[in-house]
Design a protein around this ligand. Structure first.
Ligand code: SF4
Ligand code: SF4
Length: 721
């Protein structure tokens, strides 16, 4: 089908061209096929130096500046009409695909949307995160956009403004600069296209896959730029005027061609033929855009404009009482924005190269998820209905393998959200079909019954706080800081140590804090990431009731997962309190001198593992590093994948409770990355990372070489008594 579409327009062009006679009137230059009748040509054909008309100007003067409508002119308009028709048809067909999705209000916060359009589309900020492809893309984008716009300006000028108002946008003073800009953009566009072609076909980075449309688009763009420059160049050589110097690149190209052809008549004949080739290529390219890779210029701009503007850590809430279906089980259940995203994907592979599941050879590849969904969206209705979205298009394995690390969203330059789609599919599996991975059954059941994934009695939540001087806040009481200990801080031995350190630090700083004690209940993050929105909302309700019974100024967490949920997602259910992660508070306490520290002795190398839910979800990259900077006896060495590029520990999205059946283990991969730095300490700020990384260190027998520690432990060890 794609081949037919590609060949259709060239075939029409070729057929028409062969059947039209050559006109016998003025043939000064084929550009005048553009003109139906009479605009004066003085501007371009008067030599600005001498003020006299050149050859072409004289011809036009003889004909009262009128160029009769020839067969060539008619033919040109016919071709242009066909191309525009095909473009509009293509756009309409894509729009019809997106309209199949459900309604989703994205017409709010227009100011931010326009701002995003300028920054990410015109400024290309997302693409520029990778320098070489980013710059190549920027060059091509701007030259393509500006050159296309320049054609639009000429059309508006010649068919609207000049005939009606006798107004031209460019006068003799400004026109040379306009010409110069077009000339430079022509060569810039060509260079950008060549760079991108070299990257794709010579360097061949892993994230890129090559499809036929990539090669066709690159070839078309290169030839359009090249023929455009050559035409201007030959014209400058044939009809020399002072304008010529304002198109140096084209003039140089023309000079080469002039030397090749030697005879002026041959050069003129070549010019005529090349003009049609240029028109043929340009219009074919134009009509091919909606069916080609270049369409992302349009669709990704829309995707950026309609991007999700909610806080990064928030999933949409489901109204469980009114919804008839839950999550996404068919393409029609995606929102129109989700379907638009499928068309916006440029197949750049940035998501794939950052995805821990893909990098450890699992079945999940976020780029492939988007491409598989796109292919399914394009299938004829009958075929679409015959195939199951979950099962035939995307397997359950793929859907459950996501650790919700958010790397794919962070690195997508056009704001596509593969992870969110996977969670929508999980919601369908869980809420419509009651399917969850077997290994997680007990965690789900325990959270539902006991408020923690292990199923420990709630009375055991705070046993370890005895003797630490922790106040349990009871209904009606008031406290400045409510320390949300979280399930891992309460029941997991390794994390109890870190939570104990925090309590000692808070006591040392003399802060007024308390805990919910036995009435604390799992915040529900894993339930939501696993698609169990119903159980999540039950947990939220329970905790919100407890919060309402006490008074506090802010909630403090050690776990970035709890932090994200309480801070960002509880708001959807009426929460209106400040939530902080301990790293922010600890930094404040150290800087204000409330936690004086001694040196720990021998200086050791340390590397820091960014937690996904503190870093990528909540931009908490710097406070942990600044705290480490205050510790005199450690030297921080960054891993290659750090900050926004940080690799997941493999424990998010309920993966603490699931087995990694395919590929390498994510936590072991991360520990190996840490080991490469030569660090003796691998610092974390997250209980889940602590468990995942600590167990990987043991499995890899690296306990002698590297020790996993929470930053809290490092600070407490050095805290002056
Ligand atoms: S959220 Fe992380 S694990 Fe999931 S698809 Fe994206 S990059 Fe891969
Ligand atoms: S989803 Fe985004 S990052 Fe991934 S291939 Fe598509 S455009 Fe690139």
């Amino acid at each position: 089908m794609e081949r037919i579409k590609i060949l259709l327009f060239p075939a029409i062009l070729l057929f028409s061209f062969l059947h039209f006679p050559t006109p016998s009137t003025v043939q000064a230059t084929e550009y005048y096929a553009l003109r139906v009748a009479g605009s004066d040509c003085i501007l371009c054909h008067t030599d600005p130096g001498t003020g006299t008309l050149n050859q072409v100007g004289v011809l036009f003067q003889e004909q009262s500046y009128r160029y009769p409508l020839t067969w060539k002119g008619i033919f040109f308009y016919f071709l242009g009409g066909c191309a525009f028709f095909l473009v509009l048809l293509g756009l309409y067909l894509r729009y019809r695909l997106w309209r199949r999705g459900k309604g989703e209000g994205k017409w709010t916060r227009l100011r931010e949307r326009w701002k995003g359009l300028f920054i990410y589309v015109f400024g290309q900020r997302g693409v520029l995160r990778s320098l070489f492809p980013g710059i190549s893309h920027l060059l091509l984008f701007w030259s393509f956009l500006f050159l296309s716009f320049s054609i639009f300006i000429v059309l508006v000028q010649e068919y609207l403004f000049f005939p009606l108002l006798r107004v031209r946008f460019f006068g003799p003073e400004s026109y040379p600069y306009y010409r110069l800009i077009l000339d430079l953009l022509g060569i810039i566009g060509l260079i950008g296209t060549i760079f991108l072609a070299c990257r794709r076909y010579v360097v061949g980075p892993k994230g890129l896959d090559n499809q036929r449309t990539d090669a066709i688009s690159i070839l078309f763009l290169s030839f359009v730029f090249l023929t455009g420059l050559s035409l201007t160049g030959i014209r400058n050589q044939l009809y020399q005027s002072s304008w010529s110097q304002w198109a140096p690149v084209a003039s140089f190209t023309g000079w080469i061609l002039k030397n090749i052809f030697e005879e002026e008549s041959s050069l003129k004949a070549f010019f005529s033929a090349l003009w049609w080739v240029h028109i043929f290529l340009s219009l074919t390219l134009l009509s091919y855009i909606p069916f080609s890779r270049i369409f992302h210029l349009f669709s990704s701009s829309l995707s950026i404009f309609f991007r999700n503007l909610e806080a990064k850590g928030v999933l949409t809430s489901i109204d469980l009482e009114t919804s008839e279906t839950y999550g996404v089980g068919t393409m029609e259940e995606f929102s129109w924005r989700n379907l638009l995203e499928l068309d916006a994907c440029m197949r750049c592979g940035r998501c794939q190269e950052a995805c821990p599941a893909h990098l450890t050879q699992k079945h999940l590849n976020p780029k492939k998820v988007i491409q598989d969904l796109k292919r399914h969206m394009e299938r004829p209705r009958k075929e679409r209905e015959r195939l199951h979205l979950i099962g035939d298009v995307l397997t359950e394995e793929v859907i459950w393998e996501c650790t919700t690390c958010r790397n794919c969203l962070e690195h997508c330059p056009v704001f596509i959200e593969p992870m969110v789609k996977l969670i929508d599919l999980r919601r369908n599996l869980v809420l419509q079909h009651g399917k969850i991975p077997k290994e997680t059954h007990f965690a789900f059941r325990n959270i539902e019954r006991k408020g923690n994934p292990w199923g420990f009695d709630s009375e055991k939540r705070m046993w370890w706080t005895k003797g630490l001087g922790v106040k349990e806040v009871t209904p009606g009481e008031k406290v400045d800081i409510l320390f949300w200990v979280g399930c891992y801080g309460s029941y997991d031995d390794r994390n109890i140590k870190a939570a104990t350190s925090l309590i000692r630090i808070l006591n040392r700083a003399g802060l007024d804090f308390g805990v919910l004690g036995n009435s604390e209940w799992c915040c529900g993050i894993d339930l939501r990431r696993m698609g169990s929105e119903y159980l999540f909302q039950v947990n939220v309700e329970k905790n919100m009731n407890r919060f309402q019974q006490i008074k506090f100024r802010r909630i403090l967490t050690t776990c970035p997962h709890c932090f994200n949920t309480l801070k960002n997602e509880y708001r959807q259910f009426g929460a209106d309190f400040e939530v902080i992660h301990y790293t922010g508070l600890l930094e404040e306490l150290i800087r204000s001198g409330k936690i004086p520290m001694t040196s720990g002795g021998r200086t050791r190398k340390i590397t820091y593992h960014d937690s996904c839910y503190l870093g990528r979800y909540n931009d908490g990259y710097e406070p942990p590093r600044r705290i480490l900077g205050t510790i005199a006896d450690v030297t921080l060495i960054e891993m290659e994948r750090s900050r926004t590029k940080s690799f997941c520990c493999g424990g998010g999205g309920c993966h603490m409770w699931m087995e990694e059946k395919a590929g390498k283990r994510i936590n072991e991969t991360r520990v190996k990355q840490a080991e490469k730095t030569g660090a003796e300490i691998l610092a974390t700020v997250c209980p889940l990372c602590m468990i995942s990384l600590d167990s990987a260190v043991k499995v890899l027998n690296l306990d002698e070489r590297i020790q996993v520690m929470d930053i809290l432990e490092l600070v407490e060890e050095r805290m002056k008594p």
